[in-house]
Design a protein around this ligand. Structure first.
Ligand code: ZN
Length: 464
């Protein structure tokens, strides 16, 4: 399903919500009154309706969705994931391991991925994200064994079928064990093959401008799995093609030690030396930075995907989110995936971010700020201003949550309740003006059948 075709349904008034957040309350931008709801038309938000008012958009009052049971948020944006890892969730041998041994045990399993298992993994990750209120997802796919040369093409097809938006990153690994890297030799690719395929997928799929459904970014996996030359050449290609850059950085102390031994540099110095310290780049995790490094990342406008569940699960540490933002770095949320979280719920991840950052900075970190990271903040990390916010002109990407479950009973502030009571599932989700989740179910998707096929593929993958 392409989002680009014209919508002729006419304006729709999402009327008088129980609660609403624009995704920008904590950003210092002037607050708009949308308590009377939102009018969407042609795939965009065309009007915000003030408390007690009716829409002025012709025809909107006649086509009305009663949102009086719903808390309305911008569609959430996920900035870091590995969809394929849904096949290796809660796997016994790595259930209690930190990052490096966790990776070393998993690389050979991931090397057995094929087209069918990848498609099932992507479908599961996307459906789970969509059901949690996510409308735009980034994925970092970096395992391309023989037979999976078209991994990105498979992801594009899956995103279109799900009717979501995505920034799909063409990942890569070139630094195998024999050259001092972490991944086994069988999982690394040739430098030229990677650059050629990167160019191919950008030309085939990357959409520019407002309303883009598919964007491509380039993503060498991490300092310990690619060569310095690949980092530099990828940055050069990204500049030439005007696409974004993504990698893992500052995730663990082991990584820092690796960079010092292998390159004689700390991770941020290394990043700068390969031409990545810019507002074109965003980093997965971004935990182990000194004050000076945070200032440099902020001055450059380099973004950070904060992945609280994964960071706690692998005991990696906690990103210094408020300091990164104060320095100038956009910060978004990543569920990470999916063998280190091991779920793909963006709304749960926003709660985790709130709780972890409160543990770090104090109880006055506002709920709206965490909702902002997962919406407008994440959008900024992906270089977008047309999504992740409720304002006139923005894309009509929305998530609607009901507060009917036992866990919300007695809750007073409906927006705060989403994170403080722990919302898990959206009742309705809209992408580009079209409902993709209705009554808690993805339109046109047989979830039970997907679970059956995906579970079988997961069993086969780990059993070799
Ligand atoms: Zn990751």
């Amino acid at each position: 399903m392409t989002l680009a075709r014209p919508f002729d349904d006419g304006p729709l008034w999402i009327a008088n919500p129980l609660g609403i957040t624009t995704g920008t309350e904590a950003s210092g931008e002037p607050a708009a009154d949308a308590r009377g709801g939102i009018v969407v038309d042609g795939g965009r938000i065309v009007e915000l309706v003030a408390h007690g008012a009716t829409p002025v958009t012709p025809g909107a009052a006649a086509r009305r969705f009663d949102a009086s049971r719903h808390v309305v948020t911008p569609g959430f944006v996920n900035t870091h994931h590995h969809f394929s890892q849904t096949l290796t969730r809660a796997w016994g041998p790595v259930a209690n391991a930190p990052l490096f041994p966790w990776l070393q045990r998993l690389y050979p399993v991931w090397a057995r991925l094929d087209e069918r298992s990848l498609r099932l993994a992507v479908d599961v990750a996307l459906a789970e994200l969509l059901l949690s209120g996510c409308t735009t997802a980034a994925d970092h796919h970096y395992v391309f064994p023989d037979g999976l040369e078209h991994g990105i093409d498979i992801e594009v097809e899956a995103v279109r079928a799900m009717g979501m938006r995505a920034t799909l990153t063409r990942g890569s690994m070139t630094l195998g064990e024999k050259d001092g890297g972490l991944p086994p030799q069988s999982t690394v690719q040739d430098h030229e093959v990677i650059l050629e395929d990167s160019r191919r997928v950008i030309e085939a799929y990357h959409e520019r401008g407002d309303g883009a459904q598919i964007q491509i970014a380039l993503a060498p996996c991490s300092p310990f799995s690619v060569t310095r030359e690949l980092m530099s050449d990828t940055a050069e290609l990204a500049r030439e093609q005007d696409v974004r850059l993504h990698t893992h950085l500052g995730e663990t102390i082991d990584e820092e030690r690796f960079c010092l031994e292998m390159f004689g540099q700390r991770p941020v110095d290394y990043l700068e030396s390969v031409g990545w310290l810019s507002d074109r780049s965003w980093l997965g995790h971004g935990i182990h930075f000194s004050d000076d490094e945070i200032a440099r990342l902020g001055a450059a406008g380099t973004g950070v995907a904060h992945c609280p569940s994964s960071n706690m699960r692998l005991a990696s540490g906690s990103a210094r989110v408020l300091e990164l933002e104060a320095a100038g770095s956009p910060v978004g949320i990543g569920v990470d995936g999916s063998a280190s979280n091991d779920r793909s719920s963006i709304i749960v991840e926003a709660r985790q971010a709130l709780l972890l950052q409160r543990l770090q900075y104090g109880a006055d970190v506002p709920v709206e700020r965490a909702l902002g990271w997962a919406t407008s903040g994440s959008a900024a990390v992906l270089g977008r201003r047309d999504i992740g916010r409720i304002e006139v002109g923005a894309q009509a990407d929305l998530a609607l949550f009901t507060l009917d479950d036992l866990r919300f009973s007695g809750a007073h502030d409906p927006v705060a309740a989403l994170l403080l009571c722990g919302a898990e599932k959206a009742d309705r989700v809209m992408v580009a003006g079209r409902w993709r989740v209705v009554d808690g179910r993805v339109e046109g998707l047989d979830v039970e059948q997907l679970i059956a096929h995906h579970s079988e593929a997961a069993r086969r993958l780990v059993n070799g």
